[in-house]
Design a protein around this ligand. Structure first.
Ligand code: FAD
Ligand code: NAD
Length: 400
């Protein structure tokens, strides 16, 4: 390379933004050109999106301009959508142009996994993005607003189905249980008219999580009116509800899809070998056979050798991968050894709405208010890692 190497980062979520931020610290202005491409002019905290989806938080609180985090004198920011990566030409095709790279970081996040269930894209809400959750929130409110003006099909308006009792489904329904009483009051609807179902294919909610904490979460949510249907896969989503494997049909105008994720469709479109849209990366986070392409966040697949299963895609891992990725790019640009990535899983804490949550941090189990406080501390920590104390001051949550 004669001129400065061109480093292109795709996606300004946890993985991409943190990689860009680290690179601006690791490399001097004269050592590389850094370009960040993102669909929107803002970054959003994907991990907060269950809140604006239910309407317990305004969506603007969960997003922030990119320059809250990055010094745009050091990074060339391109607002555009990635269409395809042309690996042979070392080029990325965007909706409105293209960009060449010497080193590429793919951090485009994930999309809904449907496992082939028909009707999801047509009839369910499955986009965990700012645009996606804003639509869910508006739709929910509109169901309440219509209720007194409809003669028929009124029960469906107030029946809410959450597909999947993973962390996303549980966190969303927790927020919904907080919002429903407020909506009932606003639209003069008796609380008992509203039905909330969480439908889960596996024999338990939150499969693989601590059973005592799962029981706590289920008991709490049931006490707030949620009905669980466990061991009960959804077979199809139809215009006015869902059909379960056992043949049962639940009529509902609102199906929120949260049955897991797959890597961004750009991965498969660009011809990478992938499992559910995720690339099984080398230990240094490069795509196999590509010395110049790093994959971080939900597009990357890494195996937990202890249990021989993939690590679940999380923000926690995306942020950690960004550090290794930036340091390895620095090694390629300036010389030095590439490091292997090893996840350091600190725990998992999930909110249940209001001042309730469950979690495991280290070996300690947390319930209720202490878990809820810990969740807010974790949310603030991710802000701190991305943008330092000033971002926590602008966007942070109050732990109490
Ligand atoms: P993202 O943070 O999703 O960022 C991807 C970025 O790419 C976005 O900015 C997007 O706009 C951009 N993009 C996408 N497609 C294109 C395109 N074609 N062109 C240009 N730009 C594009 N994990 C945890 O560790 N803890 C939690 O508490 C937690 N809570 C969660 C709660 C919810 C409701 C959800 C949905 C997920 C949660 N997760 C949590 C998982 C976590 O959010 C993801 O693992 C994490 O966001 C992955 O980071 P990423 O950088 O790969 O992708
Ligand atoms: P998930 O894979 O964790 O859970 C999806 C659930 O949907 C599973 O329990 C699965 O059995 C169920 N399911 C699959 N097909 C179904 C069907 N046809 N009918 C009914 N149920 C079905 O996915 P998620 O909850 O979307 O989370 C995605 C990722 O984000 C995970 O890695 C998760 O750990 C992470 N996340 C973490 C947090 C947190 O730490 N607080 C919160 C949200 C998400």
């Amino acid at each position: 390379m004669n001129s400065k190497p061109k480093i292109v980062i795709l996606g300004a979520g946890y993985g991409g933004l943190m990689t860009a931020s680290q690179l601006t610290k690791e490399l001097g202005y004269n050592e590389a050109d850094i370009t960040l491409v993102n669909k929107h002019e803002y970054h959003y905290q994907t991990t907060w999106l269950h809140e604006p989806a239910a309407g317990t938080m305004h969506h603007d609180r969960a997003r922030m301009p990119i320059d809250y985090i990055l010094d745009l004198k050091k990074v060339n920011f391109v607002q555009d959508s990635v269409v395809e990566i042309k690996r042979e030409d070392k080029k990325v095709i965007l909706e409105n142009g293209e960009v060449d790279y010497d080193y590429l970081v793919v951090a485009l996040g994930s999309e809904a996994e449907t496992f082939g269930v028909p009707g999801v894209h047509e009839h369910a809400f499955s986009k965990w993005t700012v645009n996606g959750v804003r639509e869910v929130k508006e739709h929910i409110e509109y169901q309440f607003a219509q209720y007194h003006n409809r003669e028929e099909g009124r029960d469906e308006l107030l029946t809410f189905v959450v597909a999947g009792a993973g962390f996303t489904g549980i966190e969303f329904v927790g927020e919904l249980t907080e919002r429903v009483p407020e909506l009932c009051k606003e639209f003069d609807i008796p609380r008992e008219k509203v039905k909330m179902y969480v439908i889960e294919a596996a024999p338990t909610a939150l499969p693989g999580f601590d059973p005592e904490l799962v029981e706590y979460a289920m008991d709490l949510l049931e006490s707030r009116g949620v009905e669980f249907k466990i061991d009960c896969p959804i077979k199809e989503v139809i215009e006015d509800g869902v059909i379960l494997n056992n043949g049962e049909e639940i009529k509902s105008e609102t199906v929120v899809w949260a049955t897991g994720v797959r890597g961004n469709s750009v991965i498969e479109k660009s011809g990478f070998e992938a499992m559910r849209g995720r690339i099984k990366v080398e230990s240094d986070l490069r795509a196999p056979g590509h010395d110049d392409i790093f994959i971080v966040g939900d597009c990357a697949l890494i195996i937990n050798e202890e249990i021989n299963r993939p690590y679940p895609p999380t923000a926690q891992i995306a942020l950690q991968q960004a550090g290794t990725c930036a340091s390895n790019i620095k090694a390629l640009v300036k010389g030095g050894e590439l490091k292997a990535f090893t996840p350091d899983i600190k725990g998992t804490v999930a909110s249940l709405g209001g001042k309730e949550a469950i979690g495991v941090v280290g070996k300690k189990k947390l319930f209720g208010t202490s878990a809820s406080m810990m969740k807010k501390v974790i949310d603030n920590r991710s802000l701190y890692l991305l943008g330092g104390m000033s971002l926590v001051v602008k966007k942070g949550k109050k732990p109490f």
